[in-house]
Design a protein around this ligand. Structure first.
Ligand code: SME
Length: 181
């Protein structure tokens, strides 16, 4: 299917306005997901996954509830995160290792978040239509994600992550101080 209607110049201007005065990662990721989910036609999910203890962990998104934790290197998201390049899948049923969070999804694009020479996470968009994401969409979406990254502050670590299970069991809180027993 050929998609020619999306005005990526306009969307890029809108992204620039949306994040003009805020740099917070959670707030901006939430609004970016909602923006893409509502502005792009034929999209049934749009959202973030961020690295967490070797896996990819669900971040802000628009759409139905999704898979929470993707094992290291797995799925389309894992491929984009590991390679640091955009991955477009025209037919998810033909992609070995595709992780199906919603049986309605037919095609998918995953864009890496390139921050300070590393990959800070991925932005994933699903469509109920096969071959939804053309080279023009890929180029346009890469511009939007680049603009989002430039206007958002990514910490070197993710201090709000909960401690690992053994730490929880010992009653250690997120800041590493003794927690409530
Ligand atoms: N399909 C993705 C998993 C995430 S959901 O689509 C929201 C993948 O294969 O990595």
């Amino acid at each position: 299917m050929r998609m020619t209607g999306t005005d990526y110049d306009l969307l890029e201007q809108q992204v620039a306005s949306l994040f003009e005065s805020e740099r917070d990662l959670i707030a901006n990721a939430a609004n970016f997901s909602a923006f893409v989910f509502h502005e792009l036609p034929l999209v049934n999910w749009a959202g973030f996954y961020f690295p967490d203890r070797g896996d990819l962990l669900l971040g802000p998104f628009g759409g139905k509830p999704a898979c929470v934790r993707l094992a290291a290197g797995q799925g389309v998201c894992g491929a984009a995160f590991t390679s640091g390049t955009t991955v477009v899948v025209d037919d998810v049923n033909a992609f070995a290792g595709h992780i199906a969070c919603d049986a309605a999804s037919r095609s998918e694009i995953v864009l890496p978040l390139l921050v300070r020479g590393g990959v800070a996470g991925v932005f994933d968009i699903d469509s109920p239509v096969a071959s939804r994401f053309t080279p023009r969409d890929r180029a346009g979406l890469e511009r939007l994600v680049t603009r989002f990254v430039a206007l958002t502050w990514f910490p070197d670590a993710y201090p709000w992550r909960p401690p690992a299970e053994p730490e929880l069991a010992r009653g250690v809180d997120v800041a590493g101080k003794p927690g409530v027993p």
